[in-house]
Design a protein around this ligand. Sequence first.
Ligand code: 26Q
Length: 809
Amino acid sequence: MKNFTTETLQQAITDKLMIHFGKAPEDATEAEIVRACARVMRDRIAIRGVETRTKTRKQGDKQVHYLSLEFLMGRSLMKNAYNLGSLKMLNEALTNMGFTPADVFEAEPDAALGNGGLGRLAACYIDSMTTLEIPATGYSICYDLGIFKQKIVDGQQVELPDSWKDVGEAWLLPRPEDTKWVRFGGTVRDQWDNGYLHIVHEGGQVVRAVPCDMEIAGYDTDHVNTLRLWDAQPTKQVDMSMYSRGEYMKATEEEAMAEVIAKVLYPEDNHYEGKSLRLKQQYFFVSATVQHIVQKHVEAGRPLTNFHEYNVIQINDTHPALVVPELMRIFIDEAGLDWEQAWDITTQAVAYTNHTVLAEALERWPQDLFQTLLPRIWQIVQEISNRWQAKVDNHFHNHSITADMAIVWNGEIRMANLCIAGGMAVNGVSGLHSEILRKDVFKNACNMEPHKFKNVTNGIDHRRWLSEINPEMDSLICELTGSNRYLSHADDMMKLDAFADDKTVLAKLAEIKHANKVRFAKHAKKTRGVILNPDSIFDVQVKRLHEYKRQLLNVVHIISLYQKLQDDPNAITVPHTFLFGAKAAPGYQVAKRIIHLINSLSDEIDHNPACKGKLQVVFLENYRVSLAEQLIPASEVSQQISTAGKEASGTGNMKFMMNGALTVGTLDGANVEMHGLLGDENMFLFGLHAHEVEQLIRDGYDPQRIYQENATLHRALDALRNGFRDGVRYDDLYQRLVYGNHGSCADEYLLLADFADYAKAEARMSATYADPTAWNKMSLHNIARSGLFSADRSIADYAETIWHTNYRK
Ligand code: 26Q
């Protein structure tokens, strides 16, 4: 199909505006323009979608089904225009119509159907699967409300609802003809029918799952994939007879229960909560998805016995783990296969990605809840559990291993063990993380079935996270590598290494960074009224707020710098701006206190004249995908300072590296791979290694001793305890670090143990910054070697080692 020209695009947008809003371009608001543009793009992509599906069906290609409770898509307008090769035309068309393209793009709300890393990963992967022409579908829930909007009021986080759909819905294509029905509760009984035994599940409540599709265009390809978002609707219409009987509330009850399922995304990141509604969400989208996949397979005229040869189901963490019993249910209850056949197919079709080793994030559902809500699935899970336990017993003859690997145990269902038993592959998301899974978290399972355990290091959509958001850098890369081939072959960026001693190139690099900083400073001033100094180091930590990510270590270090500056006004020679952005889960009190602290410290430093032009702390409200897109190209230092062994991979680290920021970090997650590419000389590593963390905790960690022995740290922690000029004290955080509080052990994440080395790394970083040539050279090496972290590489790894599908090379 031919590309848009500026004229055809402009005409199409104008037509949409008139048809949908009855408006001429000059009367349209920016939001209306966004919706019109989205519809135009959507139509174009939808046509290619039809062609793609026809081709896939004809060729009988194996399909990938990527299930995730989260897809953190962000904005789509620029992305789709970019992938369709129409970004230039769109810019021109908008300008011709009297709009400022940047303002139009800025008016699109983020589709924020995710919390952070895991959800954004799914979004990057669907782009790469499409670009690599893998027939793939993403499945999730069409939440009304995405992750909450964060407001800072008096230094503290306040959550506001995020209704993204008013505008965002323009991307969605409702597909009522593919509606599925999902049953909750009720009873299960056996029934004999013509000599056959049937399972009958009846009663309870049936919810309608209606697909809303978001079509996904790939880069430089006509291939289109679909992100299928299930919306929940009541089956019964509101019962009018109840109304007339005066049972007004009861009449709307069922409707309310159905609709609440797709109401809101759970805002906990890396933390499990055993809420009944969450389990409903999981089964709702899993059941609708599995019904759909099996139906399509059958409609293609194929027997279920080869289901796994044509379908692979990748599950994003354990959240969609119910695919295992749901496949079994459909194969057995609906298709009449016997248990062995059904198990054989299921365990060859499902693959599980683990994203965390934090104990509090591992899903374990209470049996009572599970049994009431999903009676038939519960029966199947029990059978799976019993058979698995027999297999484990038979292999190890060891009671504690049986307990460790059990699926149902002590009145709980352990979803990770269900995924390991019910799938053909388990992968971690970085080398270190996969090693920890094999040697520690899942060591017994790995002993029994080592072939299942794989690693696929995470990656990011480098077209979005580099080319699209940093166009000047994109031009420089194209110029230096001789073409734009790097867009589909990220390893081409390696060619940049050859320019490490080229003064002109290094100067150009510095110039681009500075221009991005100025642009970001303008944006920050316009949107939030903060004044940033573009001639200071932009030192950035943006990610969800979690103790293991150690934002507090960064803060304590800044306090120590502040105190140093008070002793000696010349202590800081390179002006330094520390930028933070983070949402805290609404119920995570400690995380909220840390946000408050950052704002207190920011205020303190702002009011101290000695800090002027030298030191600044800024908390950026409502950190989200679209803010990251503006901030990352302007960043110079990337803080990746989690306690070693705790961050499964990290993906923000990759985005910063690709945009030329230098990392201050621990040897954790994918930082380890980064270090392998860069060496000690191109990043600022510090801190304990994962095995040393383990060792220290085994030997008995004593933060009090460190507090007593390190005078700088002692002083900084005392200041934290007493608080700053706003009068808020942080004794609770102090206690947590030094003595332990609320039953937690002191300093669980070893901030104090790593403090001294962290301060040294920051000092090395500042000293290097003072030498622009050295800095720019390191920056260049970072960009050059970041190609490994393209999601295209990750997806190629999945295709080769787990999915066994073809892909465009
Ligand atoms: C589970 C049950 C009930 C409610 C919520 C949850 C839940 C929700 C989100 C549990 C975990 C998450 C998110 C986890 C996550 O984002 N993990 C991150 O995944 C990234 C992609 O692989 C990694 O880079 C990060 O290291 C990892 O922390």
